[in-house]
Design a binder for this molecule. Structure first.
Ligand code: FMN
Length: 181
């Protein structure tokens, strides 16, 4: 599966099957994380087989179940340029995970930062996490509900292709200006 195909099939998944993920996949994900950390000059840390931060109702509000693996995106909270790079490489990692067959979700709020197994330095903060795991079949009722309230319509990746943008700009130009060829 290409990353563009991964964009189209990706849905946030919040219910995961218990149990560890395959060691070969752990290695693949770790390799990508190491690579992105170097080229992006960022700090992403992989936690696998430890779902404590998502376990209790206190912080996950019962939105997630079965989370055992996630990536912590860490930065000095005042450094917006790093946060932007984390967003870019985080999404790249997430799409690679989707292309590998995993369910994923960006999680910035509904987890317990104090239970994340990491040492932070200086002004570092866990800005966000990305859960990764074997999603439990089709979207469940709770997942469908959350998806429904957070979406107005589905936008496909082809809406962003240069060709489409040119057509859209051409249409806009024509509707504004009748001398447009
Ligand atoms: C930066 C960021 C932080 C997010 N934090 C949370 C969160 O704390 N809890 C949660 O349930 N979903 C979180 N989400 C997931 C969004 O709620 C999700 O993307 C939204 O439901 C849209 O659904 P979709 O990803 O299936 O398109 C976050 C998404 C982003 C981009």
């Amino acid at each position: 599966m290409t990353l563009t195909e991964a964009i189209d099939i990706r849905r946030s998944r919040r219910k995961y099957l218990a149990g560890p993920i395959e060691e070969t996949d752990v290695k693949k994900l770790q390799k990508l994380i190491d690579e992105f950390n170097i080229i992006g000059d960022i700090r992403m840390e992989f936690v696998h087989h430890n779902g404590n931060a998502f376990g209790g109702l206190r912080k996950s509000y019962g939105l997630f179940s079965g989370v055992q693996n996630y990536v912590m995106l860490i930065a000095d909270k005042s450094d917006m340029t790093v946060i932007e790079r984390l967003g870019y490489y985080g999404e790249l990692l997430l799409l690679n995970a989707v292309a590998m067959g995993f369910g994923t979700c960006w999680v910035g709020g509904s987890f317990d930062r104090k239970l994340c197994p990491v040492q932070l330095f200086g002004n570092e903060l866990i800005i966000c996490t990305i859960t990764i795991g074997y999603a439990a079949g089709q979207l469940g009722t709770r997942e469908k509900f959350i998806h429904g309230i957070t979406h107005r319509r589905k936008i496909h990746s082809w809406n962003y292709t240069p060709k489409n943008q040119i057509h859209r700009r051409y249409d806009e130009c024509r509707s504004r200006n009748s001398s447009c060829a």
